[in-house]
Structures are given as C-alpha cells and as structure tokens.
Design a protein around this ligand. Structure first.
Ligand SMILES: [Fe+2]
Ligand SMILES: [Fe+2]
Length: 202
C-alpha cells in the first residue's frame, strides 16, 4: 500500500530532478563561455534561461508567501510585510517573463510547474531549522534570501550581457535591481540580528 509520505517523497524527488535538469540546461547556456568574452545566446538558450528564471521566480513567490504567512502567525509584522512585498515583486517578475515568452511566441515549458513546489519545500526546510527555538531560524532564512537573491543578480547580469534584444535587456536589468534590493534588505536585517544578539550576550 502506497502511503501519503511515499507519494510526497516521490513527488519531491521528481521536482528536484526536474529542477536539476532545468538548471543544467539554463546554467550551461549562460556559463558555456565562462571566463571568456560573453557569448551571444541562441534563441534556444534564451528560452531555456527564461524558463529557468520562471521556475526560480515562481519558487520565490511561494517561499516568500509562506514566510509572510508564518511571520504573521508569529506576530512579526515587520518581517511579514517585507515578505509580502517581496512576494508581490517576484510575482511581477513571473508575469514579465511570461509576457516575454509570449512575445517570443513560446510557452513556458511544462516543467516550469515545479517552481511553487520547490518554494514550499524550501519553506519546509527553513521552518524546521528553528525547531530548537534558539532564534537560528530567522538568521538562516535571511542568509538563504541573501544567497538566492545574489545568485539571481548574477544570472540576470550574465543574461543581460549575452542578449542583444532590447526588451529582454530592459527586463533583465529591472529584475536584477529588484533582486539587489531584496539582497540588501536581507543583509541589513541579518546585520541587525547579529548586533542585537551580541548586545543580548552582555
Ligand atoms: Fe525575482
Ligand atoms: Fe528577489
């Protein structure tokens, strides 16, 4: 008899496998000329990257949405508001990427559907870190946000440099700046957390 856990585990493995495949294709196209002069991406590379970005943006929408709900429940209105705002910006990114795919007469690949599940999985992992109740949860969440957002900045910058299409370049640069704001906000909160903790230990 197959129980619910087995189904969830199989589903998670499947989602991770797909995500690995997606990143391999898009990552490969962005980094194929690593160290050399940026290469111009082919149409296939551009579509791979847009699908890859779609997965990650949809993942962020779900992650920030769930973080915001959890913070609300915990009574942390500041963090809840920040996560809600970030979620809305990531949702804008998803829509803008879908608009670009439409403009290029392509549909999001079926595997982009794994984005939200990845966000829920990441939320689950991050939520389990604070089970010991030592306040490590918030720091881990902030560190993860800084890491993800900096990765996003790096990818958008590479895509920007390797694309001639003006409309895509504008979107990459605008999304990049939004991701920089997210990374800086999380970094600033992380520093405040560390300072507060050091203050507490005296
Ligand atoms: Fe984004
Ligand atoms: Fe972001």
């Amino acid at each position: 008899m197959i129980n619910r856990r087995t189904i969830i585990a199989a589903g998670s493995l499947g989602a991770l496998g797909l995500a690995a495949y997606v990143s391999y294709r898009a990552y490969g196209s962005l980094y194929k000329n690593f160290g050399g002069r940026p290469a111009t991406l082919t149409r296939r590379n551009v579509l791979d990257f847009l699908n890859y970005a779609h997965v990650l943006e949809a993942e962020q929408v779900r992650l920030y949405g769930e973080q915001s709900r959890a913070a609300e429940e915990a009574g942390d209105e500041h963090f809840a508001a920040a996560m809600r705002r970030a979620r809305d910006v990531e949702q804008e990114h998803v829509v803008k990427i879908e608009d670009q795919l439409k403009r290029l007469r392509a549909n999001p690949s079926p595997w982009t559907a794994v984005g939200p599940s990845l966000g829920s999985m990441m939320h689950g992992v991050l939520s389990s870190i604070d089970l010991a109740g030592e306040g490590k949860g918030l720091r881990s969440v902030l560190k993860t946000i800084v890491w993800i957002e900096q990765k996003a900045v790096d990818h958008y910058l590479r895509a920007f440099r390797q694309t001639q299409d003006e409309s895509l370049r504008k979107m990459y640069m605008e999304n990049l700046v939004d991701e920089e704001f997210h990374a800086s906000w999380a970094q600033e909160m992380l520093e405040q957390e560390v300072e507060r903790e050091e203050g507490d230990s005296f």
